[in-house]
Write a protein that binds this ligand. Sequence first.
Ligand SMILES: NC(=O)c1ccc[n+]([C@@H]2O[C@H](COP(=O)([O-])OP(=O)(O)OC[C@H]3O[C@@H](n4cnc5c(N)ncnc54)[C@H](OP(=O)(O)O)[C@@H]3O)[C@@H](O)[C@H]2O)c1
Length: 376
Amino acid sequence: MAALQIRAIPTGRVAVKLESKPNQIKRYLLTVYESLNFINAESGYCYARGIIILTRQPKIYIAGHRGMVGAAIVRTLQQQGQTNLVTRTHAELDLTNQVAVQAFFEAEKPDQVYLAAAKVGGIHANNTYPAEFIYQNLMVQANVIHQAWRVGVQKLLFLGSSCIYPKLAPQPMTEDALLTGTLEPTNEPYAVAKIAGIKLCESYNRQYGQSHGVDYRSVMPTNLYGPGDNYHPENSHVIPALIRRFHEAKVSHAPTVTIWGSGTPRREFLFVDDMAAASVHVMNLPLATYGAQTKPMQSLINVGFGSDLTIAELAQSVSDAVGYGGKIVFDASKPDGTPRKLMDSHRLNALGWQAKVNLADGLRMAYHDFVQHHTN
Ligand SMILES: NC(=O)c1ccc[n+]([C@@H]2O[C@H](COP(=O)([O-])OP(=O)(O)OC[C@H]3O[C@@H](n4cnc5c(N)ncnc54)[C@H](OP(=O)(O)O)[C@@H]3O)[C@@H](O)[C@H]2O)c1
């Protein structure tokens, strides 16, 4: 991490020196009441008359910034005035490539990391490509977390998933349910990788927390939706799938939309910008505050909306947001899945965060994004 040295010199000017090269001064937010009038390239000092206030912004790397969650984290950080953000597309940096990730961290040396890059998919993709799901997620996490530690990153946030909890975990699911039972078989490889990610963070904290100030945290989002979602016809989650179905029914004036199952299972949904806000909130909590709600070997925090609704209620809300005028029919001969999946978010609430975007508003924004980016 580059540091600033500031010293007053007898002429009344203020001299500022960066440990690193002088031209890196541009990376710092400089609020200067009288403009910087000289940068001496040789000495690395820059001089200003009058009062100079220097605020160094942390350099923040958002892994997976083109994904739904990563993009929302970038939006949230930018809204908060953070300008020192580092991103790389998948094509520019394959996070499964250990050598490339090492070179990237050595070159950029970020202060903070949001790890929102992952191989993500629905039941069909998880079932069809289990090797890719476990291998790629393990590699991405191990590379990013280890290389972050190597270059001295002290603050990192890892994004997990609610599928880390046992299939039959008591509802609502608390963080204590981790590793208390058998996982849902369809996405077990993905869930095992995510559990490994949590344990990587905890292990680096336990071994290097005291000595190196390492403070790596994990958040477990419930089902997310919003701008940047995946609307693939076969491979999307329930809300984007419903948005597409109702939109197509509206455009083709179809009289009914048939939904698989009885419509009675209950699920929880969180708008992605709320997830991003929660991520930034958790990242920025003082260590003592975070530590008061977590344990060294159970450091994860659930991020949920706080209440659930039935699939029938959800379908009606999506239909309303899309403006579909037809009827919704449920095909109860098709399987329902787990009767209820709800996160217990009391820990996060106790840490001072609550979801803000209600379902109707969130669905309206998601539909707007769908129309803009996924229709002609
Ligand atoms: N969406 C949800 O409902 C939900 C729910 C719970 C948890 N989460 C978690 O939130 C995180 C983000 O999810 P998301 O919905 O934002 O997923 P997403 O939209 O699929 O974004 C993931 C991003 O990671 C990138 N990526 C994947 N493998 C990579 C690699 N080897 N190297 C570099 N980049 C790579 C992807 O790039 P490419 O597209 O170019 O491959 C993509 O931009 C994940 O950890 C996920 O488990 C999401």
